[in-house]
Design a protein around this ligand. Structure first.
Ligand SMILES: [Zn+2]
Length: 441
């Protein structure tokens, strides 16, 4: 039988062995960050910590956090790369940009070994989904400075799979390639997967029946860890869909395995995870907190205690796959930056997606946080499937309004417009708009 793990010596290692390996890497990384980068030397000095003080994984708690804003500020103050660059510039092999909604994106450099670590851990995830050397893979991410395309491409190649380079192709060209070539694995954002399937359906093409895709993986957005969105993607492609959470600055840090037990494993030998409560204390298994990651392998820009702003729940059960790596229940549960407060109630757009996607007749949706007559309000616009009658469309609106009120604990306005009237997304979706200018917290 084919092995289940790409690296069983890591993926099924004992806790003691993992702690030993991670401690060793952490010590070397703290030493390297302190010696190599003015940014960390200054911060550790300010905190009164010497690299030698970090002897165990628990000692990590003595180090200050790193935030994305601090990295951006460092690049603004010390153009172009910031003073957290910890190796000579000529050692760098790759540059990637984070996707910025405002301001200049963060530019992130990697050495040759850093880059290998990034795509090799990603390859471990692909292997866990069931991708093998015999597969033909399409990485349908944008060709440009963003890491999605490059990491997917290199990871598939690392497994020995044949990669169809689809970065610069249009959606029509990609559909044509999927119909023509024996492509069995597709990687893209969850929004794009649904867009691709919808575009194909408009041409009378059923991707589930007319292509050989058996595995899809999704990154850039949490959709594949939202059961209703995942089910929609799986039905559209007749394949199994997997979530791959990651950050340009740290790693493609997690993966759901082929057991699909609702758990996200963490490549903890590449990036050590802490899950912390609001007071910065580690949470217990079963509890939620902010994910803070320390890069254990990247040398060009080694990040210590990087606040991801992602909320995760530490699992308190083992996965049936037998992996011993730290795991979270259900992927990234919420982004702190996405949190909205409506009439005193905290609302996360992900929760709205969970409820809206559970309705199979919704093709696309949009969420608007707005103020009506001085009161905060949520408007959910849905794009109903073209097959619905007028009466069914009305019924859908009523059902959704009820489900959203129960699920969020707040009344929500729902509009069902003409089908095809809402924007579609070929990369990361921007379905959420906040029209309120001042948000009282
Ligand atoms: Zn597993």
């Amino acid at each position: 039988m084919e092995p289940r793990y790409l690296e069983p010596e890591i993926e099924t290692a004992s806790r003691e062995a993992l702690i030993r390996l991670e401690t060793e890497r952490l010590r070397a990384q703290v030493e390297h960050a302190y010696r190599g980068s003015p940014f960390y030397r200054r911060r550790l000095d300010q905190a009164g910590v010497k690299p030698g003080d970090v002897r165990t994984l628990e000692d990590l708690g003595r180090l200050p956090f790193t935030t994305k804003d601090e990295l951006k500020q460092s690049q603004a103050d010390h153009p172009l790369w910031g003073d957290f660059l910890a190796v000579p510039f000529e050692e760098c092999l790759r540059v990637h940009m984070t996707s910025a909604t405002t301001g200049r994106p963060l530019a992130f450099l990697d050495t040759k070994d850093d880059w290998r670590g990034f795509y090799h851990s990603y390859a471990r995830s692909l292997y866990a989904y069931g991708v093998r050397k015999s597969d033909m893979v399409m990485a349908a991410f944008s060709y440009g400075p963003w890491i999605g395309y490059w990491s997917g491409f290199y990871a598939a190649q690392d497994l020995g799979a044949l990669v169809f380079p689809a970065g610069g192709l249009s959606t029509d060209q990609r559909i044509d390639a999927l119909l023509t070539y024996p492509i069995t694995v597709l990687g893209c954002t969850p929004s794009y997967a649904l867009f691709l399937a919808e575009q194909a359906a408009k041409k009378g093409i059923d991707l589930a029946k007319q292509t050989r895709i058996r595995i899809t993986w999704h990154t850039g957005e949490p959709g594949a860890s939202i059961p209703a969105t995942k089910a929609k993607i799986e039905a559209a492609f007749g394949a199994r869909a997997f979530d791959l959470p990651g950050l340009t600055e740290i790693a493609a840090w997690g993966f759901e395995c082929d057991a699909q037990a609702g758990l996200t494993h963490v490549h903890e030998d590449y990036c050590y995870p802490e899950v912390l409560d609001e007071g910065g204390r580690p949470v217990k298994p079963g509890e939620t907190g902010e994910l803070v990651l320390t890069s254990l392998y990247r040398k060009a820009m080694p990040l210590l205690r990087y606040r991801t702003r992602d909320i995760v729940r530490l699992a308190n059960r083992a996965c049936p796959c037998g992996r011993t790596l730290v795991a979270f229940e259900g992927g990234v549960l919420a982004r702190l930056d996405d949190m909205k407060k409506i009439r005193g109630i905290i609302v996360y757009p992900r929760r709205i997606e969970e409820i809206v996607r559970a309705q199979a007749a919704v093709d696309e949706f949009q969420v608007v946080f707005r103020r009506v007559e001085g009161l905060d309000d949520i408007l959910v616009r849905v794009d109903p499937s073209p097959s619905l009658s007028l009466a069914e469309r009305d019924g859908l609106r009523g059902t959704l309004a009820r489900e959203l009120q129960v699920g969020l604990g707040i009344r929500v306005s729902v509009e069902a417009g003409e089908s095809g009237s809402l924007p579609r997304w070929d990369h990361k979706a921007r379905r959420v708009k906040d029209e309120r200018t001042d948000v009282p917290f």
